[in-house]
Design a protein around this ligand. Structure first.
Ligand code: AMP
Length: 415
């Protein structure tokens, strides 16, 4: 299949040729015809499957056609993409600008933590496509700096994560400012009851499409699990990266403290490393990402909050220094590798205290995941898990709930 089968304009086809996109990815092949047909869509799609182009290319085509039919020279916001994090906002806006490069469409990227003034100025000049985090978009709506009354396309990107982060209130308020008559698209790595219950009220008779079955890890990723004691994880990470001569390795931690500590230690091991997490300024995060992209950094340590929007097309290796508390985060983490058809490897280090987290991932993926022992890093079997007594299902659930709510509140404050 080729892109020309979608009857895209020659300008858009030229852009795709320039980008060396030879054929649509599976999610693009399924989503683009439905979107061009005007259908609302719910799509299961992992990061790295080409989902941004799956919604943005047909939107660009439709908006360009619409603009051609009106005499008005007034620029109106035609498309709004809501995303959970500032990193994802930047990534989606950057990709959209690339896809719009030969059109006259302008893209604005609105996210919190950045000065609102320049965003207001850009909006005042008129933009066609807005990519925004819910909190900052609401700020602009309240200030009257954005007008969504001409909106024709609305996208919920990574809808599951937006709900996880507790943005439902903001989304409900935003929905009061968008017209009824619009096309709505929802992209999500997991499409479960929570997503459907909360968001499907805004979609009209949506077409359900999905390349990956829901809740499965990206197919091309090789998943390895090593049982290892906590205090030897740093050593194992440095050893694995060094021995295999890996460059550009993304390492995940649960907490910002551990991210900082690990980055410090890996630097001492001779691996150029930076940590990114919610407490780092936007400038520091961007700089670290840029250095990681251009190869100045060999390792980037990230928390789940910082992870969502990373766009590193050639990423081959992900290491989970700690398993996430929320099993869905595992799917998101390893979705950073094996992008657009490229194979990837995800290594997860599992300490004795983390076995129950591995079980949660097994339940989510419906797959048995067996940790191996790496020679020289075998775990100490004489130990007892630190809080084995508390690892009963009930107390685990209570502790988890507390942690998840804490994480959610923190994330909301950050975005
Ligand atoms: P996404 O899932 O939107 O984050 O896209 C993942 C990566 O795939 C990005 O680096 C895109 O530039 C790339 N990509 C998207 N569509 C295609 C395509 N049809 N052919 C080749 N690469 C693509």
């Amino acid at each position: 299949m080729t892109f020309s089968e979608f009857k895209f304009s020659q300008t858009l086809l030229n852009t795709l040729e320039k980008l060396n996109y030879k054929e649509p990815t599976p999610i693009q092949a399924l989503a683009i015809p439905e979107i061009l047909n005007g259908e609302d869509v719910i799509a299961h799609a992992q990061t790295g499957t080409g989902k941004t182009a799956a919604f943005m290319l047909p939107i660009i085509h439709l908006i360009t056609q619409l603009n051609g039919k009106t005499d008005s020279h007034k620029k109106a916001v035609n498309a709004l993409v809501l995303v959970p994090t500032r990193e994802l906002a930047q990534q989606v806006a950057k990709a959209s600008e690339t896809y719009c490069q030969q059109s006259r469409l302008d893209v604005a990227c609105l996210f919190g933590g950045a000065n609102i003034g320049p965003q207001e100025k850009q909006l005042a000049k008129g933009v066609d496509i807005v990519v925004a985090t819910p909190g900052r978009l609401l700020d602009h709506i309240i200030k009257g700096s954005v007008d969504l009354s001409d909106l024709t396309h609305l996208v919920f990107d990574e809808a599951d994560r937006m709900l996880d982060m507790g943005f439902i209130g903001e989304i409900k308020r935003i929905m009061r400012h968008v017209p009824q008559n619009r096309q709505t698209l929802l992209f999500s790595a997991t499409v479960d009851e929570t997503v459907l219950k909360n968001v499907s009220q805004w979609l009209k008779d949506p077409k359900r499409i999905g390349v990956d079955a829901p809740n499965t890890a990206a197919a091309k990723v090789e998943q390895l699990f090593y049982a290892v004691d906590d205090e030897r994880k740093r050593e194992l990470i440095a050893y694995t990266i060094g021995k295999n001569n890996w460059h550009q390795v993304l390492v995940f931690t649960r907490t910002k403290n551990y991210a900082d500590e690990l980055a410090k230690e890996l630097n001492k091991d001779g691996l150029t490393t930076q940590a990114i997490h919610g407490d780092k300024s936007q400038g520091a995060r961007n700089k670290a990402l840029e250095q990681f992209r251009n190869g100045e950094l060999r390792v980037l340590v990230a928390t789940d909050v910082a992870a969502r929007g990373l766009d590193i097309p050639t990423l081959d290796y992900v290491i989970n220094a700690e398993l996430p508390y929320v099993a869905e985060d595992y799917v998101h983490r390893i979705g950073r590798t094996g992008r657009a058809g490229k194979a990837g490897t995800a290594i997860s280090l599992v300490s004795l205290d983390e076995n129950w987290l591995l079980e949660e991932i097994e339940v989510l993926l419906d797959e048995r995941l067996t940790p191996q022992w790496l020679p020289g890093f075998e775990p100490d079997l004489t130990r007892e898990p630190k809080d084995n007594r508390k690892n009963t299902a009930k107390s685990r659930k209570q502790r988890d709930k507390k942690r998840i709510l804490g994480q959610r509140n923190k994330r909301r404050r950050k975005n």
